[in-house]
Every structure is written in structure tokens, then in C-alpha cells.
Design a protein around this ligand. Structure first.
Ligand code: APR
Length: 309
């Protein structure tokens, strides 16, 4: 059985644990700084096993020692932006948390593959890679899958067709500067640019870019967790089963797309070794320009974090 650790037993972490257990992708360790929280949720999930028909073991802990020997570590630990808090405040707090978490991953699970979920995603994934000292292929973030899932949802709603036939591509940073790519987004192989008008596509792109905020506004407290945890589960499955699926993830670029020393959302081949290949799409001038400005925003974030240490 694979050992899959989830650090941060909050909304995304616990729901990911549920989805991973239901697919029996491995045994799960849930950990958090709040005492009792991971233990309680783990026990509840374990007791769901007989009812849902899974044998995955789920345990909860506050002790990093228990993550020893993990094959995969998913990091959702962090805080969400609260009213009155600037992005910089959030960046400072989550950077501190991610550094502490990463040091423990390096100590107790030195051979693991790490999937980051904590926001601001691209920057936190960079901090994780630098702090663990792991090869960049083993550290990547969940962003593009969620954004692509949202884009696919809106396209299916517009066309009145099944989401299953939609393959949506969203590149770039996870946030306002993400780059949905209509030209590469297809319905059973047909680009949506042939199926929908420019105006409609723009409306769907805008809704995708604001997808996270739309849910935050509805929920009032907290942010999305069903789709984020589903995206995490797909990524864990690709690694555990070595599927070599081509999925959009936040990956380290070393020259690809003309970028270096940065994490950015791009399509990759995901397998047992993590990011096994970065897939380079031939971008048109406007698409490249959008990706460039997204990369600039991420670079600025990384620079501000480097200035913190
Ligand atoms: N070590 C371990 N766990 C921590 C730490 C830490 N240093 N600091 C905070 N946590 C835990 C919290 O106790 C909480 O249980 O991380 C958990 C975060 O869960 P939620 O607040 O429910 O947040 P969630 O909705 O799961 O989102 C987690 O993913 O999508 C992103 O922006 C989102 O950064 C956020 C992250």
C-alpha cells in the first residue's frame, strides 16, 4: 500500500483524504497543528470504510514522526485570507507555515513526492521545493486541474453537453493572471473556438478566472474544497498508478516556455517519478503575452518571499 500523507486536515485536506480512501489509492495519514482535529476526522473516515467498501487505513496525528516513509505528501496547511488582511500578510504567514512543513517533510519523508495546495500556490510550491531541497520534478502544485475543471464545467453548461467530452486547458499562475486557452480546449476533439462565439468564450474565460472568488462570495466563510480535493485526487492517482496522464499542474520550469527558476501552470506528463516531462504547447502571440505577464506576477511574488528570508 502506498503511504499518502495529507498535511492540513481542513476542508481541502479532509475531503481529499475521503476521495483518496474511496479510491483505495493508499493508506492515509492526516496531520494538522490543531490537536484532535486530524485524529477525529481520520477515525470518522476509517469508520466509513465498512460502509463505503474500502480498506484504506486512515490515521490522524499531530506528530511529524508519523509521516515517516510517505510516498506522497499533499500540503494544504495554511490560512485563508481574512477580511482586512492584505495579500502580503497572507504571503508572510503561509510562507512561514510552508517552510516549517517543508523542513519536516525533508526530515521524515525525504523520498516523497510533494503536491502543494496552499495559496498563493505558485509561490508556495517554489518555497516548498527550495526548503525541502527536493528535485523540482518531485515537487509540484495543484492549480491548473482545478481551473481547467471549472472551465470545462462552464463550457458544458453553455453547450448542454457532457463534461466528460471536454478537455480544457488553463496555463499560468493560479489567480487573476491565469491563462485559459480556448484554442487548445476541445469538445471531443473540436476546439471550442469552432463551437462558441468570441463573446461567449470570453464570458466563460472570465468566470473561470474568477471561479475561486465566486465560491468564496457564496460561502461567506471558507473557500472551495470539493473541486480542489478532486483535482488533488486525480494527481495522486496519476502518481500512484504511474498513469503518465497529461495534466495541467504547477511545475518548475527550467527553460521551457522561455522561463527559468519559476513555478507556473503548464501541461505535464505525471507519473511515478512526478513531473516526468513538461509539455510545450506552440502558443500564438497573444497567448504567449498572457503567459508572460502571468509569469511576471509569479516572479514578483517569489522575489518578495526571497526578500523575507
Ligand atoms: N501545520 C499543520 N497544519 C496547519 C498549520 C501548520 N503549521 N497551520 C495551519 N494548519 C492547518 C489548519 O489548522 C487547518 O486545519 O491547515 C488547515 C487548513 O484548512 P482550512 O482552513 O480548512 O483551509 P482549506 O479550505 O482546506 O484550504 C487550504 O488550500 O486552496 C488552498 O487557499 C487554500 O491555502 C488554502 C489551502
Amino acid at each position: 500500500m502506498n503511504k499518502i500523507t495529507i498535511i492540513g486536515a481542513g476542508a481541502v485536506g479532509a475531503t481529499a483524504a475521503q476521495r483518496i480512501a474511496e479510491k483505495e489509492l493508499g493508506d492515509i495519514v492526516l496531520t494538522d497543528i490543531v490537536e484532535g482535529l486530524p485524529q477525529g476526522k481520520a477515525l470518522d473516515l476509517l469508520e466509513s470504510g465498512p460502509l463505503c467498501g474500502y480498506d484504506s487505513k486512515v490515521t490522524g496525528t499531530n506528530d511529524y514522526k508519523d509521516i515517516e516513509g510517505s510516498d506522497i505528501v499533499v500540503v494544504t496547511a495554511g490560512i485563508a485570507r481574512k477580511p482586512g488582511m492584505t495579500r502580503e500578510d497572507l504571503l508572510k504567514i503561509n510562507t512561514k507555515i510552508i517552510k516549517e512543513v517543508s523542513q519536516n517533510i525533508a526530515k521524515y519523508a525525504p523520498d516523497s513526492i510533494v503536491i502543494t495546495v496552499t495559496n498563493p500556490l505558485d509561490i508556495m510550491t517554489y518555497v516548498t521545493m527550495r526548503t525541502t531541497g527536493f528535485e523540482p520534478q518531485r515537487v509540484f502544485g495543484m492549480s491548473g486541474m482545478l481551473d481547467s475543471g471549472r472551465f470545462a464545467t462552464f463550457i458544458a453548461m453553455e453547450l448542454g453537453c457532457s463534461v466528460r467530452d471536454i478537455s480544457a486547458v488553463v496555463l499560468g499562475g493560479h489567480g487573476d493572471t491565469m491563462v485559459p486557452l480556448p484554442r487548445f480546449t476541445t469538445v471531443s476533439g473540436v476546439p471550442i473556438t469552432e463551437l462558441l462565439s468570441k463573446d461567449v468564450i470570453q464570458r466563460l474565460v472570465d468566470r473561470t478566472v474568477n471561479g475561486g472568488a465566486e465560491i468564496v462570495n457564496l460561502l461567506k466563510t471558507g473557500s472551495a474544497f470539493y473541486a480542489p480535493s478532486a483535482a488533488v485526487t486525480n494527481m495522486v492517482e496519476a502518481v500512484v498508478k504511474d498513469t503518465k496522464r497529461i495534466l495541467p499542474v504547477c511545475a518548475y520550469l527550467n527553460g521551457e516556455y522561455g522561463k527559468k527558476n519559476i513555478y507556473l501552470g503548464v501541461p505535464v506528463k505525471l507519473g511515478r517519478r512526478g513531473v516526468e516531462e513538461v509539455i510545450e504547447l506552440k502558443l500564438a502571440a497573444d497567448e504567449k503575452k498572457a503567459l508572460d505577464s502571468s509569469a511576471e506576477a509569479v516572479k514578483t511574488g517569489i522575489a518578495s518571499v526571497s526578500a523575507l528570508s
